[in-house]
Design a protein around this ligand. Structure first.
Ligand code: AMP
Length: 447
């Protein structure tokens, strides 16, 4: 029951209105400490209810009679526009019975309109680092009186190359009394450095280890001979699986566009979402999906980050994500808040080792699924090492002929000069994830 927390009655009323009955584990762990004003470092999965875990304590601090606002009192930083928009909605829902006002600052929106909003001084400002910094530099943003700073999806912000921007925004919020840092993973050296710099004697709440993620989601692999075969399997799945809404992940914008074209040609109600799409297209894609006008979204990682769409119960990895963390983020789109979900990864011989590295990282074995109607010849390596990786994987001749592109897209072998435009930086999983190489953080193209 939420009444166990020392929350203002107007917030409890909002919680009841939203039909939240039982607090989630992250809420149980974080709310009391955050309400006491402690700094927190929280490792919790996507979809665990972590937004309420930081929004409610902020609102509880700011709640009071209506008055003229003179300073921004809370700042919430997030890696992507979509996540920022969703967080704003969440804040507005929780603050509906208060006088607290919130504002949103992200890239892709009119700078002057944002500056006008900032002149009215929201109590809570939610935004992505790049555009916030532009406002700081232009003198249209003052963070001097910020009391609470939240870094949500901090690991992701670092992966997207926002480390310096985030640090600057933290430095500008110099009079803050509380800092709350949330990440889906325990992160690497970069995150540890940031934690050391921005948090003051934090409590570390490790809500779910990576291996426990997405308990409500079944995870399967289906082997495929090449990309054309993957498309056949994808078609079969979209036509035969039972799902309300599906998301198909690719690693590159080009592949997302290609699949989208194929689906539309077959008269599927689909949408594509990637970093090349402008803000209007992205909003439209998400709204249509939420309203149910569109059932299938083809997306790259950056574009789909933080999506919280009801009824999203099928995730298909057309291409395997390049790290265990990215995999966790992708399948975090489904099985949210206790719902059931299904995550299927399509695996060619070139994807096998990456897949088995991810299995090892998650300490899970994905279910091997065979669909007889679209069964190919490849069914996994003949011999595997103790690690699960293939012994002496060599490229099959047939693959070269039938799908040069598939071979070119093999992530660990690709030369950077030939690398297709990607939406997501490659990551290294921090917990002994197999020898995937970390690339330099990509420019935050999506923002
Ligand atoms: P989040 O991890 O904050 O993105 O939350 C995931 C989803 O769970 C959102 O749609 C929330 O509105 C919902 N949610 C969060 N906390 C609860 C709760 N205690 N009871 C029911 N739903 C919740």
């Amino acid at each position: 029951m939420f009444s166990q927390f020392a929350l203002h009655e107007r917030l409890l009323k909002a919680v009841a209105e939203l039909k939240f009955v039982e607090p989630t584990p992250v809420q149980v762990a974080a709310l009391p400490l955050a309400l006491q004003g402690r700094d927190l470092r929280v490792t919790a999965q996507t979809g665990s209810g972590k937004t309420a875990a930081f929004v409610l304590p902020i609102l509880n601090r700011l709640i009071g009679p209506a008055k003229v606002r003179v300073t921004i009192r809370a700042l919430i930083l997030l890696p992507t526009r979509e996540l920022a928009q969703q967080t704003l909605k969440e804040v507005e829902r929780f603050s509906q019975f208060t006088f607290i006002k919130s504002g949103l600052i992200t890239g892709g929106e009119d700078f002057k309109v944002q500056a006008a909003m900032l002149r009215k001084v929201p109590d809570i400002l939610i935004g992505t680092p790049g555009r916030l910094l532009e406002h700081l530099n232009a003198g249209t943003l003052d963070l001097n009186e910020v009391e609470v700073l939240v870094l949500d999806e901090a690991d992701r912000m670092l992966d997207m190359g926002f480390a310096e921007d985030v640090q600057r925004l933290c430095d500008e919020s110099k009079h803050r009394q509380q800092t709350l840092l949330f990440s889906a993973t325990t992160g690497g050296a970069g995150l540890r450095e940031m934690i050391g710099k921005v948090l003051n004697n934090p409590e570390h709440l490790l809500i779910n280890s990576v291996s426990q993620l997405n308990e409500g989601t079944r995870q399967q692999i289906i082997t495929a001979d090449h990309n054309v075969h993957k498309e056949q399997i994808l078609n079969w799945l979209l036509a035969n699986e039972t799902y309300q809404k599906a998301i198909v992940f690719t690693n590159t914008r080009a592949m997302a566009d290609r699949l989208y074209g194929r689906l539309v040609a077959q008269e599927y109600k689909a949408f594509v979402l990637h970093g090349d799409k402008d803000q209007k297209d992205r909003k439209l894609a998400i709204d249509r999906l939420k309203q149910g006008g569109v059932k299938i979204l083809v997306a790259t990682d950056v574009a789909a980050r933080g999506l919280d769409v009801d009824g999203l119960d099928l995730v298909i990895n057309f291409e395997m994500p390049r790290s265990g963390d990215e995999y966790v983020h992708r399948i975090g789109r489904t099985g949210r808040a206790g719902n059931e979900g299904l995550a299927i990864s399509l695996i060619t011989h070139g994807d096998w080792n990456l897949m088995s590295s991810i299995e090892r990282y998650l300490k899970q074995r994905f279910e091997r699924r065979v669909i007889k109607e679209v069964k190919g010849t490849y069914s996994g390596p003949k011999k595997v090492k103790a690690s699960g990786k293939a012994v002496g994987v060599k490229k099959k001749k047939t693959d070269k002929k039938t799908d040069k592109k598939a071979a070119a897209k093999t992530p660990t072998k690709r030369k950077s000069a030939n690398r297709p435009k990607s939406d997501a930086p490659a990551l290294v999983s921090q917990d002994g994830m197999a020898p995937l190489k970390r690339r330099k953080p990509a420019a935050p193209a999506a923002e």
